[in-house]
Design a protein around this ligand. Structure first.
Ligand code: KG4
Ligand code: ZN
Length: 349
């Protein structure tokens, strides 16, 4: 039984801590601290070594702040959930080492959590009744994965990106358009004033469940290179790019609904904090399934989702030992690729 679980997330450029407290058996979010590192902005992307150093500097105060905001003493924490991977290995190490120290110091249980499983659990913090089966789409800066979520802890990988992740494409296109980092929010804002008049490709639209975004990014590169007035076209290019990405995501989700027969779609990951994506997806699946999306602060990298996924594993009796290590390419426990489920061409709508 869990009483108080402390979550720690340091896989990329957010140092985050959260406290979950049991309320009549269900985990309730008592505090969440997210400290975004701004040191990377001048470089236009995350610099791994700087990320590790910044995590190290703030780890202790960020833990203290979460405990204080939750009104919980460190002595009341009975378990620690920490992101063990995937991510930047140096950044992960800071969180993992800190968590191991805190666990060893007072004999607390420890659980290493897969970052993407954290993203999948995020909506349950606001929707405690959310239960599989459902179609899950995790769209972040490092991953684009489409899942058949059979039950918590048992996932079938339907498709993933063959090159750039969706968020990565947003960041690179933002750079081409002269916008800041991270690119997703900047493109979403700009796109509200633009129109979808550039005909960008929809890669792999009808070819299975995998994604590819690098060709789309190249198409944007040529559009920017060949346009004679970027000031005039910038918003239209942003809107057209965003629509192309969302069309592909929505199409694959529809295919997954058709294949699995599920009636719920769960969106997660940083890109899922886009209101425009939520609207686009809700329109696409209307009449077929309901859409569940966590609020933006639970979709960007945060420790609440890590604590929540860890809570599930701890309740199931799983713990990590003090041999837990950071793993930049950590395999997702419980994830399988079941080729039986892949659609035959005739079943693609
Ligand atoms: O999940 P996340 O916070 O970090 C990773 O695990 O990668 O995702 C970060 C990504 C970035 O690429 C960022 O540009 C994207 O999420 N993102 C968005 C939006 N907000 C964040 N993409 C599109 N529209 C947004 N509003
Ligand atoms: Zn993430």
């Amino acid at each position: 039984m869990n009483d108080v679980v402390l979550g720690i997330e340091t896989s990329c450029d957010e140092t985050s801590t959260a406290v979950l407290v049991a309320q009549r058996g269900t985990p309730e979010l008592a505090s969440l601290v997210i400290l975004s590192q701004d040191v990377h902005e001048v470089f236009g992307g995350v610099v791994p070594e700087l990320a590790s150093r910044a995590h190290l500097r703030v780890m202790q105060p960020v833990v203290d702040k979460a405990l204080k905001e939750a009104g919980v003493a460190l002595s009341a924490v009975d378990a620690i959930a920490v992101t063990a991977g995937p991510g930047l290995v140096g950044a992960l190490l800071v969180g993992v080492c800190y968590a191991k120290g805190l666990a060893a110091a007072d004999n607390r249980r420890l659980i290493g959590v897969h970052h993407l499983e954290g993203h999948l659990f995020a909506p349950t913090l606001d929707n405690p009744d959310l239960e599989p089966p459902f179609v899950g789409l995790i769209v972040s800066g490092g991953h684009t994965v489409l899942l058949d979520v059979l039950e918590w802890g048992r996932y079938v990988l339907l498709g993933q990106t063959r090159d750039d992740a969706a968020g990565e494409a947003f960041d690179k296109v933002a750079k081409l358009l002269g916008l800041g980092y991270p690119g997703g929010p900047a493109i979403e804002t700009l796109a509200t004033t633009g129109s979808d008049r550039f005909e960008f490709p929809r890669p792999l639209l009808r070819e299975g469940f995998d994604f590819s975004f690098s060709g789309l990014k190249t198409a944007v590169y040529y559009a920017v290179r060949d346009c004679d007035d970027l000031e005039r076209d910038r918003a239209d290019i942003a809107a057209s790019f965003q629509t192309a990405v969302f069309d592909v995501l929505a199409k694959k989700v529809m295919m997954a609904l058709d294949t699995t027969g599920h009636g719920t779609v769960v969106l997660g990951g940083g890109v899922a904090s886009s209101q425009a994506l939520a609207v686009h997806m809700a329109d696409a699946i209307r009449g077929h399934a309901r859409l569940v999306v966590a609020p933006p602060r639970l979709n960007v990298d945060n420790a609440a989702m890590i604590a929540r996924a860890g809570w599930f594993h701890l309740e199931s009796g799983r713990t990590s030992t003090h041999y837990l290590d950071a793993d930049a390419r950590m395999p997702w426990p419980g994830l399988t690729r079941d080729s039986e489920l892949l659609p035959t061409p005739s079943r693609i709508p």
